[in-house]
Design a protein around this ligand. Structure first.
Ligand code: ATP
Length: 234
């Protein structure tokens, strides 16, 4: 579904992505992990088209997309749910979800909203409240829900567990697994590497702008070197 070849990106003269190769197959959950500043967020932003690239290729379902503007990539089925929970605070929960579906003209919108409410029941309880009053975890759920309302084929998630309590982290990860069951492919950037690899089919470990390791989630999780370097387990 997604093929990334020799992707490069820089901030000014500082190269931050130094030739990334990465694949995501249809139906997979792929985790992108690595220490702070490794380039994970920059990579997601380059994929969604908001970060300029200086070299390399990105293909989505066989088609070159690296010169397309972000909204074209969204139209093709690739949606990013951003880090930092950018929900519209002065709109209700329901209106935030509705906005996620603004490009759609089909009849499945209400059904998808109900599906999100069953995935995150707290959003259903608070559907008429302003999003700005939600807790951080609830805003994160709403941001994911809003991205899902666009019916993406590939969902790019940046740090969905950032700043959440362990219970909420579990809820978000369960929701990601349930997306896979619904046929949505997920590329997940996570600081919480062990949790991400545990639900991932495959993972990539990024180190200063390069892929340092890749493999199945379980193999990466069990690798002593990776445990020591990234998972905080000696
Ligand atoms: P984190 O988990 O801390 O967000 P990351 O792996 O997502 O880390 P990036 O945010 O992609 O890493 O950052 C990669 C490198 O690019 C870092 O060295 C960072 O300082 C630098 N960087 C990020 N954003 C900018 C920017 N807007 N201008 C200049 N340098 C930046």
């Amino acid at each position: 579904m997604l093929e990334v070849r020799n992707l490069r990106s820089a901030y000014g003269r500082i190269e931050v992505l130094k030739g990334i190769d990465l694949d995501v197959q249809t139906g997979e959950i792929v985790a992108l992990v690595g220490s702070n500043g490794a380039g994970k967020t920059t990579l997601l932003r380059a994929l969604s088209g908001v970060q300029p690239i200086t070299g390399g290729e990105i293909r989505f379902n066989g088609q070159r997309i690296d010169r397309l503007p972000p909204h074209k990539r969204v139209e093709m089925g690739m949606t990013q749910s951003p880090e930092g929970r950018q929900v519209f605070g002065s709109l209700t929960v329901e209106d935030n979800l509705q906005l996620g579906a603004y490009r759609r003209r089909d009849k499945g919108i209400d059904q998808d909203r109900d599906r999100i409410f069953s995935m995150f029941p707290v959003l259903a309880e608070k559907r008429h409240l302003l999003a700005g009053g939600l807790s951080g975890g609830q805003q994160q759920m709403l941001a994911i829900g809003r991205a899902l309302m666009g019916r993406p084929k590939l969902l790019l998630l940046d740090e969905p567990s950032l700043g959440l309590s362990p219970l909420l982290v579990d809820q978000i990860l369960d929701a990601i697994v349930s997306l896979k069951k619904d046929g949505i492919t997920v590329l997940l950037v996570e600081q919480n590497a062990s949790a991400a690899l545990a639900i991932a089919d495959r993972g990539y470990v990024l180190e200063t702008g390069k892929v340092a390791h890749s493999g199945s989630g379980s193999v990466l999780l069990a690798d002593p070197q990776i445990k020591a370097a990234y998972l905080g387990i000696a």
